[in-house]
Design a protein around this ligand. Structure first.
Ligand code: NAP
Length: 281
């Protein structure tokens, strides 16, 4: 069974659009998301365009602020502070990565916790680990939604997450733990990785290496979530961290790349923007 993040996100966005359509009458306006793009990195431009398109579909107001690569850190932080103080703005997202002269952690810390639709602010991260109300990071949130929509039982299952980044690996592991899976986190220093991955009933891969997980690393019936977004060195096409053609026949459930986790990430960004808007009311 291939879980289509494209289809699930289309369905969820249609539901959100119906919800947002009632906001002008109920609350006087629709939610407003501001996305800041620094420079013109093609991948970042494409992500920002995707976010604007999704906002349009859902009926969320989207403002994309494009700033030159040369903008100083102080100027960028001032823009964020102004947006924090602006009552008509509900969500703020600064597209990463940023040029080297700008500290990403300073930028993330400057965004108001209440408008941090990416869920990257240290206070949101702390709240997640303390099981308090928080804004969940979009990719991990989307993964749990996909598993649930596919009817995957998480409770009591052995889950292995490869990758321990703050953006994907660690929060995915925490959300799986909160769903009562027994979670192992693997990384670049993990020994005997294939032995570990073969024991997984749920395998989440977030490494950033094309087709890193090969057929022999996965047992029959495993649920496989592929977060990676890479270029296949042979074909130049988008591919995941998992060798899809080798693993798909063995997996009970698998996500494709493209069309899997990616669309769900943007869908959860829309949901987070609506949540930030509603929390103020
Ligand atoms: P990252 O910060 O570079 O982290 C990569 C992780 O993989 C690290 O924890 C690293 O271990 C681990 N790793 C690297 N080589 C390994 C190996 N040989 N064996 C085991 N573990 C290894 O990357 P990220 O931000 O988490 O992103 C991971 C992938 O997901 C990328 O392809 C990215 O483009 C993609 N992504 C997709 C979405 C989406 O919406 N679909 C969202 C975010 C990211 P160490 O900690 O030991 O270095």
């Amino acid at each position: 069974m291939i879980i289509s993040g494209k289809e699930l996100s289309a369905q969820l966005k249609a539901e959100m659009a119906a919800q947002v359509a009632e906001f002008p009458e109920k609350y006087g306006r629709v939610p407003h998301l501001v996305v800041i793009l620094v420079g013109d990195n093609p991948a970042s431009v494409s992500y920002v365009t995707g976010k604007a398109k999704a906002s349009e579909l859902v009926g969320i107001r989207n403002t994309t602020l494009r700033k030159p690569e040369t903008i100083s850190e102080a100027e960028l932080l001032d823009i964020i502070r102004d947006l924090n103080a602006d009552d008509t703005v509900d969500g703020i997202l600064v597209q990463l990565p940023l040029p080297k002269h700008i500290s990403e952690s300073k930028v993330i810390e400057t965004i108001s916790k209440e408008k941090d639709v990416d869920g990257f602010h240290p206070l949101n991260v702390a709240a997640l680990w303390q099981k308090e109300e928080c804004i969940l990071p979009c990719t991990p949130k989307g993964i749990i939604k996909m598993l649930k929509a596919a009817g995957v039982e998480i409770k009591g299952r052995r889950a292995v997450v490869i990758g321990r980044s703050n953006i994907v690996g660690l929060p995915v592991a925490k959300l799986l733990l909160d769903e009562n899976a027994t979670v192992t986190i693997a990384h670049s220093r993990t020994e005997n990785l294939p032995e570990l991955t073969r024991q997984a009933e749920i395998l989440v891969v977030a490494i950033g290496r094309p087709k890193f997980v090969t057929g022999d690393m996965v047992s029959e019936g495993t649920v496989v979530i592929d977060v990676g977004v890479n270029r296949d060195p042979e074909t130049g096409k988008l591919c995941g961290d998992v060798d899809f053609s080798a693993i798909e026949p063995k997996a009970s459930v698998i996500t494709p790349v493209p069309g899997g986790v990616g669309p769900m990430t943007i869908c959860c960004l829309m949901e987070n923007t609506i949540e930030c808007f509603l929390r103020k009311r």
